[in-house]
Ligand binder design. Sequence first.
Ligand SMILES: Nc1ncnc2c1ncn2[C@@H]1O[C@H](COP(=O)(O)OP(=O)(O)OP(=O)(O)O)[C@@H](O)[C@H]1O
Length: 409
Amino acid sequence: MASRCIASISSLPPLCRLPARNSAPKFLFGSHDRISMATSRITSMAEILSTSRKSLPRRSVQVRSAASTAESVVEFDKMVAPTERKYYMLGGKGGVGKTSCAASLAVKFANNGHPTIVVSTDPAHSLSDSFSQDLSGGTLVPVDGLDSPLFALEINPEKAREEFRAASQKPGGTGVMDFMDSMGLGMLAEQLGELKLGELLDTPPPGLDEAIAISKVIQFVESEEYSMFSRIIFDTAPTGHTLRLLSLPDFLDASIGKIMTLRKKISSATSAIKSVFGKDGSQDGSSDKLEKLRDRMVKVRDLFRDTDSTEFIIVTIPTVMAINESSRLCASLKKENVPVKKLVVNQLLPPASSDCKFCAMKRKDQTRALEMISNDSELKDLKVVQAPLVDMEIRGVPALRFMGDIVWK
Ligand SMILES: Nc1ncnc2c1ncn2[C@@H]1O[C@H](COP(=O)(O)OP(=O)(O)OP(=O)(O)O)[C@@H](O)[C@H]1O
């Protein structure tokens, strides 16, 4: 029986034996009052999508109203109520559903009156797949299938890295050393070499591409042209990248500071001997670029820590490994003073009146993992949002609307 379950979950009865429409939601673990039960009165997504394909008017909205509980309505109400701009960053272990959660939240905000932008800074983008639309051009693309303004953007981190290389090579990298050597300042060049600044800038530290990508987004959304967008959602790269990104702005701020100081010293030394060697040691504007880069990194750092406008939402699945990773991520976010209040637990088995052996085991396993959250010193104070495993892959706006309605309540 178990092997049949694994091969074809959706075709098997247990997951389909959902509670009758008016039956009370079955909680996965006891009376945990922090948990908003997203899985109450879950209907098959396949069923919803097939009715929406027959173009019945907004069936999913009806589902949302029917499924909403007083407790959870208050939670999304809090997210949607402020008229000023808010940033949401969604992050977590690879493959847990960050993109699906980010995209569904974006759809929900847009449908609730907020012009919204959803941005992927994950080097392995899946936003296009999630919306079933090509968003890979590196520019804002209007998302089809909504009546309200929702734009999406996949930022190419490789391009960002190239931009950094171009800005950094002359002022502090090997370019500077070659230049100084040619000016007869080999000694000073050696000192620079000892500081390993050239190496630092020629081989950008991990996380830099994503930091630059985020800073680019901040830069353009701050312009007048984009002031109408009141919700900006980031689908970030898996945990490791996010952690490196968090410590990066401080690190870069310090290293760029060092480079700038050296650059000034070099500049005065080269001007002093310019007449002797007859070479032009004038600056080429790259210092400016570096300073701008530093300013942008500082902006990223400040945005991540701005409790008024930003919230980091951790997405996880109910497995010991994912929860352990979420706990470490949460600890790092708190250490870096990044505001984190919610934990989405995705892909929970929906309530069922009876389970097959496989589902019963899986449910037990998930229950155990969920209990870990209540006992975890980092995670226990977060608001836990339960997101059910649905019977189809979540792709396209109708599916994302469905997911948004059952998760963000
Ligand atoms: N609640 C759910 N029910 C059913 N399928 C889901 C659910 N959440 C996510 N999925 C599916 O799981 C897969 C991975 O989801 P998604 O791309 O959102 O994860 P991710 O964390 O962004 O991945 P990555 O780390 O690779 O970017 C997708 O096929 C998505 O449709």
